[in-house]
Design a protein. Structure first.
Length: 288
């Protein structure tokens, strides 16, 4: 039997699947919006008599843009990015605290949790960049779809084609970026997890100016690990600075970061407050 942690060592299946359902649902919803527009316009066949009617084409394209913005604009993806980021932060918190003397924990007089990581300057910076990046990617996908739909409409205006034929061509344009949507969900979920890991480690006192900052590039450890990931793993260790942006190595990458045993330092066991916090952080109800 396959080990579930080899299939999904990052434990991101729930987040990834929810993100994927939402993204693909928005793609289908965009097609439904465009189909309704086509059916409404083709019920008024007289408006299609004049070939090259730029005002008509502009109006239809403007509607298509509004539909695309409704489906893919805004901050709808932020919650999935933040969920993956939190999971990565939780994993690093757990890794540091369960290793005997693996990392010296600095300035832990007050409880450190995932919320303080997200609220720290580094956390805000990382999440803000991730939010912006994902928003721009989906805006680009929407723009690609609108461009394809524009070409279809420009071609059929004045030719009185059947609505079903126009709908078929529009559907093809909407489906073209489906693989790109899937890849975006896969890669950005893993990248958010990775950034959450690194932010938590830095928040716990891991600094790239100290030898204790070194990280281990950890693959899933099975025969599915690609040559690129194996090559990066062979170059262990990394610092938290050089680690930035390396994961995901490729779409559907399953690699992650762990504290390096070579960077171990004698440290005191976590105090009781920290231990209690770790137990709360890692409770099933907080790992959603």
């Amino acid at each position: 039997m396959l080990n579930p942690l080899q299939i999904d060592p990052l434990r991101l299946t729930g987040v990834r699947n929810a993100f994927m359902r939402d993204a693909l649902g928005r793609l289908r919803g965009l097609y439904d919006d465009l189909l309704a527009m086509i059916q409404a316009e083709f019920d008024q066949t007289q408006i299609l008599n004049a070939a090259g009617d730029s005002s008509l084409l502009d109006r239809l394209v403007q509607k298509a843009k509004q539909f695309a913005e409704k489906r893919f604009g805004g901050t709808w993806a932020d919650k999935y990015i933040a969920m993956a980021f939190r999971k990565g932060a939780q994993q690093s918190y757990q890794d540091v605290n369960r290793k005997d003397g693996a990392q010296e924990l600095h300035e832990l007089q007050k409880a450190i949790n995932v919320n303080t990581v997200e609220g720290s300057s580094q956390g805000r910076s990382s999440l803000g960049k991730l939010f912006t990046k994902v928003k721009e990617v989906f805006a680009g996908i929407a723009q690609t779809i609108v461009g394809g739909v524009t070409r279809v409409l420009a071609k059929v205006l004045g030719k009185k084609p059947k609505a079903s034929q126009v709908a078929k061509e529009v559907k093809e344009e909407v489906k073209k970026p489906e693989d790109r949507v899937r890849t975006t969900v896969e890669t950005e979920t893993v990248e958010s997890y990775s950034e959450g890991q690194l932010d938590m480690l830095e928040h716990l006192g891991v600094r790239d100016v100290d030898v204790e900052d070194e990280m281990i590039f950890t693959t899933a450890g099975d025969r599915k690990v690609c040559k690129r990931c194996r090559a990066l793993a062979a170059n262990n260790p990394y610092t938290t600075t050089t680690a930035r942006g390396l994961i995901p190595v490729h779409p559907r990458c399953r690699c992650k970061w762990k504290p390096s045993a070579g960077a171990a330092a004698k440290s005191s066991p976590p105090n009781s407050n920290l231990a209690n916090l770790a137990a709360t952080l890692l409770a099933p109800g907080n790992n959603a």
